[in-house]
Design a protein around this ligand. Structure first.
Ligand code: CP
Length: 323
């Protein structure tokens, strides 16, 4: 008997709420979509007739642009709205903004917002699908999905792989989504960083904690290096950037001392010379730009599945374009 892949439901708010099968379905659905971006004419009619609003209340390069590429490559009609260019600056609420957009007959909202829970709040109040493109310190599910796809591409699997998230875990929605997603797919997960930048009780999420970067490097197969999120810090969490780099920075000298080669991820934007040195970011074991490439395929898969696409039909659905 053939097994039907599980549906995602109406929204993608976070990986905490997803079952392992649903996460695997997104990763598997992204595979056939990778090839569309390699074509001369990067367009298939999979989401023709769908209208998607990209609502970004915080700065973004990778997420905003790759959602927009994903939407355009699937032939959706798209509109981009930023807080500075919208009536939010005149005091309009998030729900009023969304309801006005809905009155113009949209199908999906992709939203980045500075408040944790904003995506869930909106998803509960509008009938359109809501995709969380990062909400405060809560979750950034498509980032973790593209990180997982990149690990699977590089090492052939996720289950049993040792992944350490390094740096500012306290303020990181990327860390939270990675922890939920990786554990559900059977990876071993650890975090490493100054105590001031680790959430209280982080061990209760099911991760190990390393107090020295050298120990994390000795243990891990993969490092996912996170930046210091100064925009979310209300106090001095580290003495100085130079000191942070000296104690916690991922450098080639530290990696050369490891018993094996590590795969290096970074979700961006990078602070070169702070959490990661340039020769590591640009070095042979860095898959940082592969992450960016995979971001388009992951976002295509998420949009396709939320629009009611059948995972098993993704290969056939993308056949409609011109190569
Ligand atoms: N990784 C990430 O979310 O990058 P942006 O802030 O540029 O979207």
């Amino acid at each position: 008997m053939t097994r039907t892949a599980p549906s995602l439901g109406k929204d993608l708010v976070g990986l905490e709420r997803l079952e392992p099968d649903q996460i695997s379905t997104i990763l598997d659905t992204a595979e056939p979509f990778k090839e569309i971006s390699e074509r001369r004419i990067k367009k298939v009619p999979v989401l023709r007739g769908k209208t998607i609003v990209n609502l970004f209340f915080e700065p973004s390069t990778r997420t905003r642009v790759s959602f927009e590429f994903a939407e355009k490559r699937l032939s959706a009609d798209t509109v981009n709205i930023s807080s500075s260019g919208s009536s939010v600056v005149k005091g309009e609420t998030l729900v009023d903004t969304a309801r006005n957009l809905e009155a113009m007959k949209i199908d999906m909202v992709v939203m980045r917002h500075g408040s944790s829970g904003a995506a869930s709040f909106l998803a509960d109040r509008i009938p359109s699908s809501v995709v969380n493109a990062g909400d405060g310190g809560h979750e950034h599910p498509t980032q973790a999905l593209l990180d997982m796809l990149t690990i699977r591409d590089t090492l052939g699997r996720i289950s049993g792989i040792k992944v350490c998230l390094v740096g500012d875990i306290l303020h990181s929605r990327v860390a939270r989504s990675n922890i939920f997603g990786l554990l559900k797919l059977g990876a071993e997960v650890a975090v490493c960083g100054p105590r001031t930048l680790l959430p209280r009780g982080v061990e209760e999420l099911g991760v190990s904690v390393f107090g020295r970067i050298e120990d994390a490097i000795e243990w891990a197969d993969v490092l996912n290096v996170l930046r210091l999120q100064f925009e979310r810090m209300k106090a001095g969490y580290v003495p100085s950037l130079r000191e942070y780099n000296r104690v916690w920075g991922v450098s080639s000298a530290r990696l050369d001392a490891a018993p094996k080669d590590l795969v290096i991820l970074h979700p961006g934007p990078m602070n070169r010379g702070v959490e990661i040195d340039s020769d590591v970011a640009d070095g042979p074991h860095s898959v940082i730009l592969n992450q960016v490439t995979n971001g388009v395929a992951i976002r295509m898969a998420v949009l396709y599945l939320l629009a009611g696409g059948v995972p098993e039909a993704a290969e056939a659905a993308k056949g409609g374009g011109e190569s």
